[in-house]
Design a protein around this ligand. Structure first.
Ligand code: OSB
Ligand code: MG
Length: 376
């Protein structure tokens, strides 16, 4: 059993090395909520993946901040913790706000790994020594620019290319890519940009032999995805729709998808991410780890999660340098020329947090401390 002595919340602002465009909008820089826990002389970290706007999900950094400060932090400071797995019950009175909860819970797992003196990957039940990596490539200003990007990511060794798409940036792009690279592992992610009137159109994508089509329809839908999945051969992968294990069971049961993207923030933390992973594994559904343009803190947590056995497809977890001119961890995350990241075996997350750098990037902060505890 352990207690948390203090929680430091901060917002850091970091410009992206390259702007990232999806069907829901353009991101040029990130406003990121970081959670730092102090306990018995140890320091642990969590990163909230909520965006600058509520465009990917209904959360955003400002809602995450207020929920963390007013609801989650007081509960955590009052608690006797067994470990990260204590958090879901602790936070269950608060509905939704899964990205806020995940940042807190993941920091507790980060702490637990240090207390138990094991790697975070081992604590989560990971078995892989390396993880296979793909990249997610945003919508570009021209097809030529996209082709150049793909060429350089393939040259770097990435095992799978995922193209962000939307109406007007789809068939023409897939055709151009397939005519230059007929054999590469290729997928697409629509971030909910299509509707039922587009079904015939989406059905034409079978000819591009995509590994999967990620979240083509509404962000909160299972039923219409199941109708689409019946119409096409290509596997559908759900991202936005899967909020928890029950959603995974619903989607698998309704055959709304044949692959699941797990984002630890989207499902509310490592406990639920492991539950989704296990539910999918038991039903023969492969999973992969998604990304949310994380700094090295969230990235290191994604690497640990990706070491679980059913993360059998290349994920969106890629090198720090694709996002940041300078990351906030040491060493930065690098990818081998075979498109793999080594899973750290050191105690904890396996990457040192650069506190000086974080201080320099901080624009807002708040510290919450535990009330004096009466010794038993
Ligand atoms: O849908 O997977 C997504 C980035 C921000 C929000 C949603 C998504 C993404 C990505 C990029 O695809 C993943 C990454 O490189 O971190
Ligand atoms: Mg996605």
């Amino acid at each position: 059993m352990f207690n948390i002595d203090a929680i430091h919340l901060r917002e850091i602002n970091m410009p992206l090395a390259h702007p990232f465009e999806t069907s829901f909008g353009l991101t040029t820089g990130r406003r990121i909520l970081l959670v730092e826990l102090e306990a018995d002389g140890l320091t642990a970290w969590g990163e909230c993946v909520a965006g600058e706007h509520p465009y990917f999900s209904d959360e955003m950094i400002d809602t995450a901040w207020i929920i963390t400060e007013t609801e989650l932090a007081p509960r955590l400071l009052d608690a006797e913790l067994q470990g990260g797995s204590s958090c879901p019950d602790l936070f269950s009175q608060v509905r939704g706000h899964r990205m806020a909860k995940a940042a807190m819970e993941n920091a507790v797992w980060d702490l637990e790994a240090q207390i138990e003196r094991v790697s975070l990957a081992e604590l989560l039940g990971g078995t892989r020594k390396t993880i296979p990596c793909g990249v997610s490539i945003g919508i570009q200003s021209s097809p030529e620019q996209l082709m150049d990007k793909i060429a350089s990511e393939l040259a770097a060794g990435y095992q799978r290319i995922k193209l962000k798409c939307k109406p007007g940036w789809d068939n023409r792009i897939f055709e151009a890519v397939r005519s230059r690279w007929p054999e590469i592992t290729l997928s697409c992610d629509a971030n909910s940009a299509y509707r039922m009137k587009d079904l015939d159109h989406v059905a034409t994508w079978d000819e591009f032999k995509l590994l999967m089509i990620e979240q083509p329809l509404w962000y909160d839908d299972f039923y219409f995805h199941s109708l689409l999945q019946k119409r096409i051969e290509t596997d559908i992968c759900l991202d936005e729709s899967i909020r928890n294990r029950r959603d995974a069971l619903a989607a698998i049961g309704m055959q709304s998808c044949r692959i699941i993207n797990i984002k630890v923030g989207r499902v509310g933390g490592f406990s639920e991410a492991i539950a989704v992973h296990n539910a999918a594994e038991e039903r023969g559904i492969p999973v992969w780890c998604g990304g949310m343009l994380e700094t090295g803190i969230g990235r290191s947590h994604n690497i640990a999660l990706s070491s679980l056995p059913n993360f059998s497809l290349p994920g969106d977890v890629s090198a720090s340098s694709r996002y940041w001119s300078q990351d906030i961890i040491e060493p930065e995350v690098t990818v081998s020329n075979k498109g793999e990241i080594m899973v750290p075996t050191a105690i904890g997350r396996g990457f040192e947090v650069q506190k000086d750098r974080i201080e320099a990037l901080t624009v807002r902060r708040k510290t919450l401390r535990a009330k004096a505890r009466v010794m038993a």
